[in-house]
Design a protein around this ligand. Structure first.
Ligand code: S3P
Length: 175
């Protein structure tokens, strides 16, 4: 397998876990949203506001196809990316794809004050978060590997993913 790909709802810890995992493996870490913003020269919110979500999803899908061919990278996708079957398909054959999960109350604690999440724009952001999460649940559930990040230490989460990676790649896991 080429890369480890972390996905999951906003606030599940993709970037935090991804950075720590990359350090442990001595691989580069790439957050696809950061890369997209760099290439576009503007924040994701600006893309949503000028061209709309559909255009953002096209840019995101192109980046998923590109990243799926990298080697030995830890990749964090945006929270919506792998709710689309074509993006899951791009990664699934040759990459270890892991969906990070976390209980909704904790997600809300992490996201209540966030201003950089256009998908949560609403008069009632908490209701929006819960309904978007519920709508996406069936798509996230299609991802084979699920790792809970709620109320666990970063070290614990990273160790679980490293075990999985070594198991799938035929190395003996540290006990
Ligand atoms: C989105 C999540 C964001 C970003 C964009 C859309 C989503 O990424 O890709 O705002 O649809 O859930 P994070 O999950 O890193 O916040």
């Amino acid at each position: 397998m080429r890369n480890i790909v972390l996905t999951g709802f906003m606030g599940t810890g993709k970037s935090t876990v991804g950075r720590a995992l990359a350090t442990a493996l001595d691989w580069p870490f790439v957050d696809l949203d950061d890369l997209l913003e760099q290439r576009e020269g503007r924040p994701i919110r600006a893309i949503f506001e000028t061209e709309g979500e559909a255009h953002f999803r096209q840019l995101e899908a192109a980046l998923c196809r590109e990243a799926a061919a990298w080697q030995q990278h830890v990749i964090a996708t945006g929270g919506g990316a792998l709710t689309f079957a074509h993006n899951r398909a791009a990664f699934e054959a040759e990459n270890l794809v892991i969906c990070l999960t976390c209980e909704p109350e904790l997600l809300w604690e992490r996201l209540a004050a966030a201003t950089n999440r256009p998908m949560l724009d609403s008069e009632d952001r908490k209701t929006r978060l819960l309904s978007l999460l519920a709508a996406r649940q069936p798509a996230y559930a299609r991802i084979q590997h699920q790792v809970d990040t709620g109320r666990r230490s970063l070290a614990e989460v990273v160790a679980e993913i490293l075990h999985l990676w070594h198991d799938l790649n035929g190395f003996t896991s540290p006990s």
